[in-house]
Design a protein around this ligand. Structure first.
Ligand code: NAD
Length: 295
């Protein structure tokens, strides 16, 4: 069994991105600028945003971090997004989800200029992905493709099972694994909360992507020996043995599943850091696209 090390892989990719930014600077171009909006005080969201802003600094990007109270209106948030849409110095815009219940995530995402949609959630980005056209891939599925590529894992012809059908992870993952591209060309089954015989279906898989949001959902009896397991889940569970009283686990029962696998991503230090790589690569691409349009 080999661990797919998201920390080491992302460190390697970030080193390349840092050089790319240095070259942009040296040739007189502006550095990529990512604007991140967060609403409210969800501790997990705050940690994700802080990490994204920190990574911008690490890579030499410019970043803008806007933090608003839960009480803001949807109209106010749309105004802020529009300001960033109109600001030529901003290349990428990310609105951290989830938003408070009185603000529609769909409306806000749809309002982001598609040329700055570096999270890849806008319908135009999703449509381009579906049609196999160049565009921003959703950051987490993009990160998963990057780690598979890094470890030279060719999924062509594999039976892949994706568990979870969200618009940001499960559904785009099925499209990307099955498209006629590299990585791609896999035979993909998508499972969700209404799937019958889930265990039998997952057990057939050469590659499992677990994106459910339920701790230790994928157990050893669901995994074929030699399978590759990508654990997207991030769940906080109580653990009185730790200082904080809790710890993060994935959607996979790592302890019992890992010995069966050929490759597995851990949680933490697996898909999480790769998602940030996907986001940073998209932001650099946003700058390159702009240069193409303006040249
Ligand atoms: P979501 O809640 O939008 O979707 C969960 C999916 O799981 C749904 O499509 C649902 O049909 C399916 N599901 C729920 N119960 C099920 C069951 N009993 N059997 C089969 N399927 C079931 O979640 P999401 O946004 O896709 O995120 C999934 C997990 O991944 C969460 O833990 C989230 O925190 C994590 N996540 C991690 C990253 C990262 O960077 N590592 C990024 C995004 C999401």
């Amino acid at each position: 069994m080999q661990i797919l090390d998201g920390n080491a892989t992302s460190a390697y990719i970030k080193e390349q991105l840092k050089k790319e930014v240095e070259e942009m600077k040296a040739s007189g171009h502006k550095v990529p600028h990512l604007a991140v909006i967060i609403v409210g005080n969800n501790p997990a969201s705050e940690a994700y945003v802080a990490n994204k802003v920190r990574t911008c600094k690490e890579l030499g990007f410019e970043s803008t971090h806007l933090h608003f109270e839960t009480s803001i209106t949807e109209e106010f948030l749309l105004e802020q997004v529009n300001k960033l849409n109109d600001d030529d110095s901003v290349d990428g815009i990310l609105v951290q989800l989830p938003l408070p219940a009185h603000i529609s995530g769909d409306v806000v995402i749809n309002n982001i200029n598609p040329a700055k949609d570096v999270d890849g959630f806008h319908p135009i980005s999703q449509g381009k992905m579906l049609l196999g056209q160049p565009g921003f891939l959703p950051a987490t599925p993009y990160g998963i493709l990057l780690i598979l590529e890094h470890y030279n894992i060719d999924v062509a012809g594999m039976d892949c099972v994706v568990i979870g059908r969200s618009n940001i992870v499960g559904t785009p993952m099925t499209i990307l694994l099955s498209r006629n591209a590299k990585p791609g060309n896999a035979t993909v089954t998508i499972c969700h909360s209404r799937t019958k015989n889930l265990k039998e279906i997952v057990k057939r898989a050469d590659l499992i992507v677990a994106a459910i949001g339920r701790p230790k959902f994928v157990t050893a009896d669901m995994v074929k020996p030699g399978a590759i397991v990508i654990d997207v889940g991030i769940n906080r569970i109580d653990d009185p043995t730790t200082k904080s009283g809790s710890r993060l686990v994935g959607d996979v029962d790592f302890e019992n599943v890992a010995p069966l696998c050929s490759y597995i991503t851990p949680v933490p230090k697996g898909v999480g850091p790769m998602t940030i790589c996907g986001l940073m690569k998209n932001t650099i691409d946003a700058v390159k696209q702009k240069k193409l349009v303006n040249s």
